[in-house]
Design a protein around this ligand. Sequence first.
Ligand code: VGL
Ligand code: ZN
Length: 195
Amino acid sequence: MRIRLSSRDALIVVDMQVDFMPGGALPVPEGDKIVPRLNEYIKAFSSMGLPVFFTRDWHPEDHISFKGHGGVWPPHCVQDTPGAQFHPDLFIPLDNKFIVSKGTSRDFDAYSGFQGTVLDQLLRERGVKRIFVGGVATDYCVKNTVIGGLNLGYTTFLLLDAIKGVDVNPGDSEKAIQEMLERGAIGITLEEVEL
Ligand code: VGL
Ligand code: ZN
C-alpha cells in the first residue's frame, strides 16, 4: 500500500520513556531499538507540518498499578523522576508537538492514551481523521491506544516497524497485533509512506 500523508493526519508516539527501555524499571525488551525508526516517522510528520503527540505514563509514587498498592507492575514512570523522561535520543520537535500524560491520578490507571486525557479533544480541534501509532508496549499501551482510536472513529495505522512489546507471556505482542488488525487497524511500515 502507498500512503500519502495529508493535513488530517497525526503521529502518536506511545510511552517512549526511560523506565520502559532496557535497564529501566519496567523494561520492554529492545524498546530502544525502535528509536531511530520512530525518529524517521517523527521527522517526516514534523517536516510536513503535521502534529506529533507523545503520550507518557506519569504516575504518582503510590499509583494503583504498582505492586504493594493493588497492582501488578513494579513502580515505573513516577512523575518528575529520571525514569519518566523520554528516551534521550527520541526526537522531540520544537513546534506542533503535544505531550499527553496518563495514569496521573493515584486511583486510576490508563493503558490507552485516550483514557482520562485530552488527546481526543486535541486531535479533533486540529481536524485530525487518521492517526499513526507507534511506541511501547505493543501488548499494553500501544494496543489500547490503537483500539481507543478505532472506537473513537479514527482511521488508525499501526506502525509495524516502530513498536515493541513486553511479552509477559510469550506471544502476547503477536496476539495484540492480530487483535488490532482484526478490529480495523491498518498495519504499515515506513517504506509505504510517501515522503
Ligand atoms: C504500560 C504497563 C504499565 C505501557 C504502562 O506503556 O505499555 N505497561 N504501564
Ligand atoms: Zn504504567
